[in-house]
Ligand binder design. Sequence first.
Ligand SMILES: NC(=O)c1ccc[n+]([C@@H]2O[C@H](COP(=O)([O-])OP(=O)(O)OC[C@H]3O[C@@H](n4cnc5c(N)ncnc54)[C@H](O)[C@@H]3O)[C@@H](O)[C@H]2O)c1
Length: 320
Amino acid sequence: MKLLLTGSSGWLGRHLAPRLEAIGHKVIGLDIAPGDHTDIVGTVADRTLIDKTFRGHGIEAVIHAGALHKPDIVRYPNSAFVDVNVTGTLNLLEAAVQAGHDRFIFTSTTSLMISETVRAGREGGAEQAFWLDEEFGPLKPRNIYGVTKISAEHLCRLFHKLHGINVAVLRTGRFFPEDDDTLIMPSGPNLKANEFLNRRLTVEDAAEAHVVALNGIADLGFETFILSAPTPFGRTDCAQLIANAPAVIARYYPEAKALYDKKGWILPDHIDRIYDAGKAERLLGFRSKTDFASILAALAEEREPPFHHDPHYLSPKEAL
Ligand SMILES: NC(=O)c1ccc[n+]([C@@H]2O[C@H](COP(=O)([O-])OP(=O)(O)OC[C@H]3O[C@@H](n4cnc5c(N)ncnc54)[C@H](O)[C@@H]3O)[C@@H](O)[C@H]2O)c1
């Protein structure tokens, strides 16, 4: 297919574009910043540019990954989030419907599921970890990033209802390579490794989920999927996870503590949210390849952990 990939210069885009091309798609990359996989430098907020791109390249489907996201909150005004994340998504949906597309893939975020209450977790008085699947709600995003992403999700749902276009909304967990901008302990690779228990996946798995969704959504209608590495935990673990996570982790991975000690890493003392990626597996047949067990296997074999860590990663638009 001839695909329009937005955000093609970004961290996800630069992993996804070659993967799509390897299986025979023609990818037209559009991004505000130049990059190896970007053919058109411009903004999704520019409807004229989007129309010209659709006409000029005979676009047959869109993967919409370009966005202002969490680290951009301190860099851009609220109105820029609305322009890019809401108006940009609307432009693409309208162009896709006009062109008669049968499918649309929207990269969303698990971040929009995090209200102030969920974020406060144990410190806010929660007695058990929040189990976050696609049914979780009511959703009350806590920042402009989440508010504009949930608005874009609503546009996707509306366009499916009005025009029948099949849409996969991929609420993606963390895959960024840089350090967390709020947590300092533990830091770096240790924090990332811990997050594979409940809220992270590799960028390669995130890219692959988009490939699978592009095929799978064609006859599914409108569906939302959480993407994260498969968690070992179940709902019955939620109370103990918030009280004593190492005890729960030891039940599933008895070897974890010794392997972590050897590396000088620490396990989380509590876990207050778990993303359940089961629906993507049930409906799309997608399951992340890299999980917490893969990380322990790397530690046991004294290999590098199987994920990217780059404290200096900066979205390419910031280098303009
Ligand atoms: N990184 C994560 O952990 C994470 C987690 C959940 C969801 N996401 C989502 O994944 C997608 C990709 O994020 P990423 O991590 O690769 O970030 P990134 O910043 O590396 O890539 C995003 C790209 O979007 C481009 N972009 C920004 N404004 C644009 C505009 N107006 N028009 C066209 N392109 C524009 C940027 O230039 C950038 O190249 C985003 O939609 C983000 O919300 C990311």
